[in-house]
Design a protein around this ligand. Structure first.
Ligand code: TXE
Length: 483
């Protein structure tokens, strides 16, 4: 798809190289080699994209919601036809197992487009009758909005933002992560065939500090939806709030998995394992602190470590692989740095703890052994900061109160999972945990209609369902004298 492996921007309906002509390398992390080139876009490209989006705005916003939905459904169908191609591209770009791309990333990306195409038809206003007046509300698109998305679930999170922005009648400037731009590029090559009018969907590739920062301060972009790291989120929020932009932030997590001694044992063990290591631990929803009731702590530790050590780490293209490569050398070094820190803080590495050298084609890839650590204080940096890799800590607790206190002891508040057979305890604990979502006896089960987002340093605002459509629209009250 990329000509000479060069990725292109989509601006005003044209696939175009960056104005500067500059590119940088895009690595396949499983082999540690550059395989494609990413446009190093700058303000010139952004201005062209914003101009094109502004021109297209009246066309798209005045199109009936059903027609917009049709175009989005066409795009979903085109991706579906090429599902295997997209899955392989995501696997190569990110390092995650191909099976995960086939079963989660690409199907969910298609589902995002279809879900919001339908939801866009459901947006409604309210009516208010009073003695002297009759008022009603209109939900109207901003015109031009931006989305900035990360590398851990590249197409899934790209479409999770893009779809509600489009469905609510906006033209979009979408910036995928420069670390995993390939599937967003592939999507952009299908926009014309899907029937998007030129300028409705613009994809601008490049570095966060350059094109991302330019998007954040652009005077003609009034709303930005961001998913990524907390440090970047704070920067975007700072600039955005000074310019009175509407900003939605979905940031990091340090999520607790809480295992009570009455939990269904095998389900809890498997749930904790999936929550710890799926996508190499690189999901903001991953449970990176496992809190286990003292009465079953020893048994859990022994069985969990055995399962973690048995995880098949290796070539992400192989069917048997459970854990692929982490996303980049820099990210691998960050994770290994945290493992060193854990040891300095007195942690006992129960399994893993090192870079893994895989034989064959992946010998220079960025793999890390599934790592389980205990004997750490809840307040130490390892237990407070987001590591975002295949690294979990175990912490014992005595009772419900201590479990809740430990769960709430970090600056984050994105997700938690609670494993217990007591319905009353599940209700009590769920109510007391400071996080945007609490799963009971499950993990990462998602109903796309439900609110999604975090408390504390995990974000500002909620995505999902109508809330995402609301974010991308302005509400207007129209008032007239009562008849
Ligand atoms: O993400 P960044 P990074 C966490 C995780 C990870 C850490 C840093 O802990 O180790 O964040 O990851 C764009 N203005 N998460 O640095 O930078 C960037 O180009 C505007 C959690 O790789 O936040 C990319 O498109 N945009 C997370 C997007 O922001 C900027 C997923 C996200 O990248 C910018 C990923 C700037 N100044 C990492 N700088 C989650 N919540 O799921 C960068 N970007």
């Amino acid at each position: 798809m990329a000509q000479g492996n060069k990725i292109l921007n989509l601006i005003g309906g044209e696939l175009a190289p960056p104005a500067s002509g500059d590119y940088f390398g895009n690595e396949d992390p499983a082999i540690g080699q550059i395989y494609s080139e990413v446009p190093d876009s700058d303000e010139k490209d952004l201005d062209a994209a914003v101009d094109a989006a502004e021109k297209a705005a009246p066309v798209w916003r005045n199109m009936p919601a059903e027609s917009r939905a049709q175009v989005m459904n066409n795009l979903a169908a085109l991706i579906e036809k090429r599902q295997e191609e997209f899955a392989r591209a995501e696997c190569v770009d990110n390092g995650k197992p191909l099976s995960l791309c086939r079963n989660i990333d690409i199907p969910r990306s298609i589902a995002n487009l279809r879900f919001f195409a339908e939801a866009g038809k459901e947006m409604e206003g309210e009516t208010f009758r009073a003695e002297k007046s009759f008022s009603y509300t209109l939900r109207q698109p901003f015109g031009v909005v931006a989305t900035i998305s990360p590398w851990n679930l590249p197409l899934l999170l790209f479409t999770w933002k893009l779809a509600p922005a489009l469905a609510s009648g906006n033209c979009v400037i979408a910036k995928p992560s420069e670390i995993t731009p390939m599937t967003a590029y592939m999507l952009s090559t299908l926009a014309e065939e899907a029937g998007f009018p030129k300028g409705v969907l613009n994809v601008v590739h490049g570095r966060g500090a350059k094109i991302g920062a330019a998007i954040t301060r652009h005077p003609k972009i009034p709303a930005i939806s961001f998913t990524g790291g907390t440090v970047t989120g704070k920067e975007i929020y700072g600039t955005g709030s000074r310019l009175l932009k509407k900003v939605s932030l979905e940031l990091g997590g340090k999520n607790p998995t809480i295992i009570f001694d009455d939990a269904k044992w095998d389900a809890a063990l498997k749930g904790a394992l999936a929550s710890a290591f799926t996508n190499q631990g690189q999901i903001c929803l991953c449970g990176s602190r496992i809190l286990v009731q003292q009465t079953v702590y020893e048994r859990f530790r022994e069985e969990f470590v055995e399962l973690a050590a048995a995880q098949k780490v290796g070539d992400p293209l192989e069917d048997a692989t459970a854990q692929g490569a982490v996303v980049s050398r820099a990210h691998m070094d960050k994770i290994l740095g945290y493992i060193n820190l854990a040891q300095e803080e007195g942690g006992d590495i129960l399994c893993g703890g090192r870079r893994l050298f895989v034989k064959g084609r992946c010998k220079q890839g960025y793999f890390i052994e599934p790592t389980v650590i205990d004997q750490l204080e809840a307040s130490c940096r390892t237990n407070q900061e987001e590591i975002f890799g295949p690294v979990v800590t175990l912490l014992p607790f005595a009772d419900e109160d201590e479990a809740v206190a430990l769960a709430n002891s970090t600056p984050y508040g994105l997700a938690a999972s609670v494993w217990t057979e007591s319905k009353e305890r599940a209700r009590n604990v769920a109510a007391r945990i400071d996080s945007g979502i609490v799963w009971v006896n499950c993990w990462n089960l998602r109903d796309l209609r439900t609110p999604f987002g975090g408390m504390k340093n995990s974000g500002v605002g909620r995505e999902g369902g109508l809330r995402a459509l609301e974010f991308f629209t302005e509400e207007k009250t129209v008032c007239q004298p009562a008849a």
